[in-house]
Ligand binder design. Structure first.
Ligand code: SAM
Ligand code: SF4
Length: 365
């Protein structure tokens, strides 16, 4: 099976057998039509229990390592409706998915986002253990309380610098004060916040220790991420690539880093910073491959189910749903488990170009 796998027409006709004219439309609160709730286990024996859903490709920022300055966004008609997101997410929960993370683009710029949160939160304590999101924080002053009121317990906020000028340059338009206000609003609403920082040589390497102290000082976990070669953005990632092995040894001069057994089923390895008492995560796709324990798949806002962040293997669930209705999702999920690749093959030497042509905002990290 080639890496450029697209759901083959043979499989598609097997799964999408319902004629277009009799297409059953998913409706809110419809119970997912799945047979038996069989767990999602791939051919390497890994169980998928975690789905990341990109609810929009749009964003109010244009972070240089993530998007290009003149990003062209998808026409709205190509993006899944809330009912379609709900039908797919519900079918996943029925197949043993216990965690859903909503992301983007920027999830909070999607106008009807809170409606999606409200409808998906009905699964909490009914199979779904956690509904959460990753956000750039700019809209949190408006939405933090509503998120907390609708079952969200913790969120990830991306923040790469505490320098206001650098922040605006790096995000090409963002305002640091708005994001800091958003973080305070989230903490004030009782949400647990984890800060995610992409480590960038020559940009924020001189302030990573300060960022750690700042986050831990507010009771927030902090995770550092290596830049990944995804999509052309007009930014030379090779120039700014910073291996986290190097960051860790530099931080060790300032902090005592004690290995922490904390596991989220995700790719991060954790350390406890003795001086701050806080937890520090390292996500190192380039220097340390984290694929053997992979428990996740990613849904784009157009309904493409990507089976690995660093590969092209995918299934178009929008077509499956629109032609076969929610019942057809079950067979598509089984096919997805059959083709989920063993792992990504991000390479440092590919950082200069886009190793994977899609931008991170397509699959939401
Ligand atoms: N807009 C939201 C945000 O910024 O948190 C959610 C989507 S964003 C694509 C999710 C995460 O991906 C962010 O933490 C961002 O820093 C990270 N990211 C984006 N492009 C990346 C890249 N090329 N390499 C590593 N991380 C990246
Ligand atoms: Fe937007 Fe998040 Fe990408 Fe920045 S990292 S451009 S905030 S999607």
């Amino acid at each position: 099976m080639g890496r450029e796998f697209l759901f083959s027409s043979a499989n598609r006709s097997r799964i999408c057998s319902t004629p277009q004219e009799t297409m059953p439309q998913p409706t809110f609160n419809e119970k997912p039509h799945v047979d038996g709730g069989k767990p999602l286990i791939d051919r390497f024996g890994r169980q998928v229990t975690y789905v990341r859903i990109s609810v929009t490709d749009r964003c109010d920022f244009r972070c240089s390592y993530c998007m290009s300055e003149n990003m062209v966004f998808l026409p709205k008609r190509e993006v899944l409706s809330l009912e379609e997101f709900d039908a797919i997410a519900s079918a996943f929960v029925a197949r043993g998915v216990t965690r859903i993370r909503l992301t983007g683009g920027e999830p909070l710029v999607r106008r009807d986002f809170m409606t999606l949160i409200k409808t998906l939160s009905r699964h909490l304590d009914h199979g779904l253990e956690e509904l959460t999101l990753t956000t750039n924080g700019s809209q949190l002053p408006r939405f933090a309380t509503a998120l907390a009121d609708n079952g969200i317990k913790r969120i990830n906020v991306s923040l790469d610098t505490l320098d206001a000028q650098k922040f605006t340059i790096l995000t090409r338009r963002g305002r640091l004060d708005q994001v800091l206000e958003g973080i305070e609003a989230a903490l004030g609403a009782g949400l647990k916040v984890k800060i995610n920082t992409v480590a960038l040589k020559g940009i924020n390497d001189d302030e990573l220790a300060d960022l750690i102290r700042w986050a831990h000082g507010r009771g927030m976990d902090h995770t550092l991420i290596e830049t990944m070669p995804m999509g052309d953005t007009g930014f030379d990632r090779l120039d700014h690539y910073l291996p986290l092995s190097q960051v860790q040894s530099e931080l060790s001069r300032e902090f005592d880093l004690v290995p922490d057994p904390h596991k989220t089923g995700g790719p991060a390895r954790y350390m406890r910073v003795a001086q701050t008492g806080g937890r520090l995560g390292f996500i190192t796709p380039l220097t340390h491959n984290f694929c053997e324990g992979c428990n996740r798949v990613r849904l784009t806002c157009t309904g493409e189910l990507y089976l690995c962040l660093g590969q092209e293997d995918r299934i178009n669930l929008r077509d499956v749903l629109r032609s076969g209705g929610p019942k057809a999702l079950d067979a598509a999920f089984d096919e997805a488990m059959r083709i989920k690749p063993r792992g990504h093959d991000f390479k440092i030497e590919r950082l200069g170009s886009a190793g994977v042509s899609r931008h991170m905002s397509v699959t939401g990290g």
